[in-house]
Design a protein around this ligand. Structure first.
Ligand code: ZN
Length: 232
């Protein structure tokens, strides 16, 4: 469960107290579920993006380079990325690497070579953000080729934004990816003319896609083992 928090005025927040509340609720109501905090931008003060890492979520997202977003530059300077990776390592938080551009793969390799993470992070290629990497199947193959070359031990998935969600999921499953990503953060529709009722509906559709490919969703314990996380 990838988590952002918001202030009452709806702006994205880095307030550790809010992250703590959500983490506590997830652990209470969904024992074993993997908790992943976002350290992403969305208008957050860069200096505060790692403020909740000392709450020791299982994982945190980490973007290893900058990219254009629909209306802003998503800034991840080398110094900021290094600082976030250092804090994750200090608190035993495993990274999910968010790859928005090819250059973010060698950006991840540099963190490994600096001893700031092990060789087996979970890597997510994000496709279909306006002004960033387009959701094209051949581009996923290009990214995977480079991922396997520079990060050969990493587990991986890809996320498709908006209407790309279902088709990117199919590409990932067809290539034996280690997971799929879904949810209302990326996509609010189940079809061009119908809104998703909830995250739960999108998760159900993802589980059906997994089954169509002859696989099944991992249990929390299996997922923890596959991602190198401690047992709940
Ligand atoms: Zn997010």
């Amino acid at each position: 469960m990838h988590i952002h928090v918001r202030n009452p005025d709806e702006s994205a927040s880095s307030d550790p107290a809010l992250f703590a509340q959500v983490q506590e609720g997830v652990r209470k109501h969904c024992p074993g579920m993997i908790v992943q905090f976002s350290t992403g931008g969305r208008g957050r003060d860069p200096a505060a993006r790692g403020n909740a890492l000392d709450l020791r979520p299982d994982m945190a997202s980490l973007s290893t380079g900058s990219v254009n977003f629909p209306t802003i530059v998503y800034e991840n300077s080398a110094a900021l990325v290094t600082d976030l990776a250092t804090r994750m390592q200090a608190h035993g938080v495993r990274p999910e690497i968010e790859i928005f551009d090819l250059s973010h793969l060698p950006g991840t390799r540099r963190l490994m070579d600096a001893g700031l993470m092990d060789e087996r992070p979970h890597v997510q290629v994000v496709m279909g953000v306006k002004n960033a990497l387009p959701a094209e199947e051949h581009l996923l193959d290009l990214m995977l080729g480079e991922l396997r070359r520079v990060l050969p031990q990493a587990t991986w998935t890809a996320a498709g934004i908006g209407a790309n969600q279902a088709r990117v999921m199919e590409w990932v499953l067809a290539r034996g990816g280690d997971g799929v990503r879904t949810g209302l953060e990326d996509n609010i529709r189940v079809s061009h003319d119908r809104l998703a009722a909830s995250d739960a509906e999108l998760v159900r559709l993802a589980a059906e896609a997994v089954a169509r490919h002859g696989r099944r969703p991992a249990t929390p314990a299996e997922a923890r083992a596959a991602l190198g996380l401690h047992a709940a």
